[in-house]
Design a protein around this ligand. Structure first.
Ligand code: CTP
Ligand code: CA
Length: 224
């Protein structure tokens, strides 16, 4: 049965989603990463597809089966994610950066296994802030970021909304039983550059994804 037109509000729209953690290698079998499961980003990609969008999902390593009908590009490091995102950015209508990008990477990569020593110092260097760079390059794109925080949620999220030139930011409390990494549910708040703050109750990540996407519709530039 064909879906009704009102169920496909993202028809002919291109949506780019990033999801999951990045991995920053130290040697052939060690890396720096974080607890991101990728569930939130994959849920957004799946719901965007159901709403009719052409979806590109740029994903760090996860254990999730990709949603049907979505183009998936797998990456490992922040640098790789940055390069892939830039390839598509110019042509995209909505970018949703749900990935938990590692802020740092080891300065040196060792081709050989790093041997056990009494004391080890690992020098780290900052990764590119992908979202910040996208904010600088922004033209017609609707740019949506995430803020994963343990404390001062609103304050930090507002700073990121402004400094990264976002249209909206999804605030996400991590380190809690019912929200954040690895959970099937999330408690989110959306803050927009129009000054709106919307708090949602505890919801399934699929329902969170629908709320996030519905809100982005208000920011789509009318090009018809
Ligand atoms: N982000 C990114 N590239 C980075 C770091 C973060 O694109 N190198 C994006 C994330 O995908 C997310 C948003 O920026 O959408 C916020 O990430 P977060 O880690 O909460 O904020 P940071 O700016 O990295 O600041 P901090 O970690 O100090 O809170
Ligand atoms: Ca960070």
């Amino acid at each position: 049965l064909a879906k009704k037109e009102q169920d496909m509000p993202l028809k002919n729209k291109k949506v780019l989603v990033t999801a999951g953690p990045t991995r920053e290698p130290l040697d052939p079998f060690r890396f720096i990463t974080n607890y991101s499961s990728g569930k939130m980003g994959y849920a957004i990609a799946a719901e965007a597809r159901k709403m009719g969008a052409d979806v590109i999902l740029i994903s760090g390593p996860t254990n999730i089966t990709p949603p049907k009908g979505v183009k998936v590009i797998y990456v490992e490091t922040a640098q790789q994610m940055f390069e892939e995102v830039l390839k598509y950015y110019g042509d995209i209508d909505i970018v949703i950066k749900a990935a938990a990008v590692s802020d740092y990477r080891p300065v040196a990569y060792s081709n050989k296994k790093i041997k056990k020593q009494n004391e080890v110092n690992i020098e780290l260097i900052k990764n590119p802030d992908i979202l910040f760079e996208l904010g600088k390059l922004k033209k017609h794109q609707v740019l949506v970021g995430f803020a994963a925080e343990t404390n001062n949620l609103e304050e930090y999220a507002m700073e990121k909304l402004k400094s990264k030139n976002l249209d909206m930011i999804v605030v996400n409390e991590i380190g809690q039983k019912d929200s954040g990494f690895a959970n099937d549910t999330n408690i989110i708040q959306i803050i927009t550059n129009k000054g709106e703050k919307i708090s949602y109750p505890k919801l399934d990540k699929g329902e969170c994804a629908i709320n996030i996407l519905k809100k982005t519709l208000e920011f789509l530039k009318q090009v018809d």
